[in-house]
Design a protein around this ligand. Structure first.
Ligand code: IMP
Ligand code: MG
Length: 178
């Protein structure tokens, strides 16, 4: 069933069952890769809240989670500028850090978050993103843990928003082209 969000229509794209499977697979991978190690997860608000919550329920490691907030999007277009709204207060020196993002699109937001974290001298740094848009990504760094690679279309639901709306849907929807 299509949904209407403000002035746009979206159609079903990824079901909550597909998302759950994918999030569990990422958790299993992280549990294996960091066996007997401690991890600090840093979630990028707001979009990551559902992904972070479901992922962390399946993590079997000594871990902490904290959040940072940056802003770059207005409507469905990137403004190209990243603003820091909530910074990182955690001591990351010598720690294994994994950044959690709902979606990595051009990679500009992640470049900014990554740089701030690298300045705090972690022992290791990786990225876990539920959605990755390979056609749009223009950066040098690696996004190691990925749920889904998607085409360049705008999607909402499971934390992802259109102007702040539609984050509450358990499934993911894609913009209807007409
Ligand atoms: P980037 O800086 O271009 O990689 O954009 C990353 C941020 O833009 C993400 O944290 C999302 O909040 C937002 N974003 C990018 N693509 C979409 C989309 O298709 N739907 C909703 N939000 C998106
Ligand atoms: Mg986001």
């Amino acid at each position: 069933m299509q949904i209407k969000v403000k002035d746009k229509f979206f159609v079903p794209y990824l079901s909550k069952e597909q998302i759950e499977k994918s999030v569990n697979a990422i958790a299993i991978q992280i549990n294996q890769d960091y066996k007997d190690e401690e991890v600090i997860f840093i979630g990028v608000l707001n979009g990551v809240f559902m992904f972070a919550s479901d992922l962390l329920k399946n993590i079997k490691l000594d871990c902490k989670i904290c959040f940072t907030k940056v802003s770059s999007y207005q409507g469905t277009q990137s403004t190209g500028k990243v603003k820091n709204l909530i910074g990182i207060n955690e001591d990351l020196k010598g720690k294994n850090v994994i950044i959690l993002e709902d979606i990595v699109d051009t990679g500009l937001t992640m470049r900014h978050v990554r740089k701030q974290i690298l300045d705090l001298e972690p022992k290791s740094l990786e990225i876990a993103a539920l959605i990755f848009k390979p056609e749009s990504f223009k950066e040098e760094y690696n996004v190691k843990y990925r749920g889904f690679d998607t085409p360049n279309d705008f999607i909402v639901g499971y934390g992802l928003d259109y102007d702040g709306y539609a984050r509450e849907y358990p499934d993911i929807y894609i913009l209807k082209n007409d």
